[in-house]
Design a protein around this ligand. Structure first.
Ligand SMILES: Nc1ncnc2c1ncn2[C@@H]1O[C@H](COP(=O)(O)OP(=O)(O)OP(=O)(O)O)[C@@H](O)[C@H]1O
Length: 355
């Protein structure tokens, strides 16, 4: 018998929220429910202060769905949406409570990789930088927080679902010496993810704090393009040491990158530098160089904004083939000129104590 979404919802309606008394579906806790060939996945979105009390409801939901005819596997993830902010204390003379961003235990540094616009190569830079740092002997984590287009599982050649033996923490995946977690491993490949703001924040917080990252020298966070909820949550809630902004030399990409720089300045997050990607096209047959998207735009912008230019990465077929093949160019062709550009960034960051 084919298991339907409606049947699963009907079953979940028999599980009650132990605190509010309503069933978990009517209470709006069941999110992102998918039923695909007997594989059932959903998220239970809960208030973080109530997460422990809701564990029995999570277990009951899982057990009841598992018992349904046609249920091959069931995966339930509990995400904590953010607590509503406490009202500001306006009493004069009261000392402000320190409420600064949180450090992740065991993680020495957090670096965000950002871009104003999509498709400029932010994920390619993140994957290559992570692998290059690992090749230099650093303990590296890579969190794919690009909720709209998670591409790190493909770029790092990782598939499968991360395990959660205790139902609370998540075991990350590992390849090319990099410890990795991606929102893409929690959703179906072809599933369009429609996240609301609180869910986005919950998912990011969960991946930052509930994944067993272990001891890391640096955690690289591949951000979605633009200046939205994920960027705000990351910089407000976590002690981010700095961000790297990736842009192509085109004006349009630069204008968006400028907005990104502005947002991070407002959030008081240091900008480590900019990377010009797809800087020069190098023909893979004859080696001829041409500037498809213009050249040097990011250098000028970095100068104007007073931030370092970390690298100019060429547009080269091998970079794309390597990324699509699951072994970034610094792993598959570590001695190529294309890999050298990424490896230099990694070495420079280590030298500067930033990674
Ligand atoms: N320097 C490069 N040379 C050749 N191909 C590249 C280069 N940089 C990125 N690409 C390719 O361009 C495409 C987009 O890159 P990528 O996914 O890294 O961009 P992105 O900024 O992360 O995009 P999005 O924000 O949409 O996730 C990919 O197919 C990637 O392989």
């Amino acid at each position: 018998m084919t298991l339907t979404r409606d049947k699963v919802l009907e079953t979940l309606k028999t599980v009650s929220d132990p605190i509010g008394g309503q069933d978990i579906v009517s209470a709006g806790m069941v999110r992102a429910l998918t039923v695909d060939d007997g594989a059932v996945r959903f998220v239970l979105e809960v208030d973080p202060t109530r997460a422990a009390k809701l564990e029995p409801a999570r277990a009951e939901a899982e057990q009841k769905v598992k018992a349904l005819d046609g249920a091959a596997s069931v995966s339930v993830v509990m995400t904590a949406h953010s607590k509503p902010a406490a009202p500001p204390d306006l009493k004069i003379g009261r000392k402000a409570e320190p409420q600064g961003p949180e450090k992740i235990p065991g993680v020495d540094r957090i670096i965000g990789i950002a871009s104003g616009k999509g498709g400029v190569g932010k994920s390619t830079v993140s994957a290559n930088l992570a692998c290059a740092l690992a090749a230099e002997g650093r303990r590296v984590g890579l969190l794919d927080a690009d909720v709209y287009g998670p591409s790190q599982p493909r770029m790092l050649g990782v598939s499968g679902r991360p395990a959660s033996p205790d139902g609370k923490t998540i075991l990350p995946m590992r390849n090319h010496g990099v410890t990795m977690m991606s929102i893409g491993l929690m959703t179906n490949d072809d599933q369009a993810v429609v996240w609301r703001g609180p869910m986005l924040m919950g998912a990011l917080q969960q991946m930052m704090t509930q994944v067993q990252w272990g001891a890391l020298d640096v955690l690289i966070v591949d951000l979605p393009p633009g200046t939205g909820d994920v960027q705000m949550t990351l910089t407000q809630k976590f002690a981010v040491d700095g961000v790297v902004i990736v842009s192509t030399p085109q004006d349009v990409a630069l204008i968006d990158a400028r907005k990104g720089v502005d947002m991070f300045n407002q959030m008081k997050t240091p900008i480590i530098g900019m990377i010009e990607n797809m800087s020069t096209h190098i023909c893979s047959s004859c080696g001829h160089e041409e500037h498809v998207f213009g050249h040097g735009g990011v250098v000028k912008e970095a100068e104007k904004l007073g931030v370092p230019l970390l690298a100019e990465i060429p547009l080269h077929l091998d970079i794309r083939l390597a990324a699509d093949g699951g072994a970034p160019i610094v792993v598959s062709k570590p001695d190529s000129a294309q890999a050298a550009a990424f490896r230099k960034v990694a070495r420079d960051l280590i030298k500067a104590g930033q990674a």
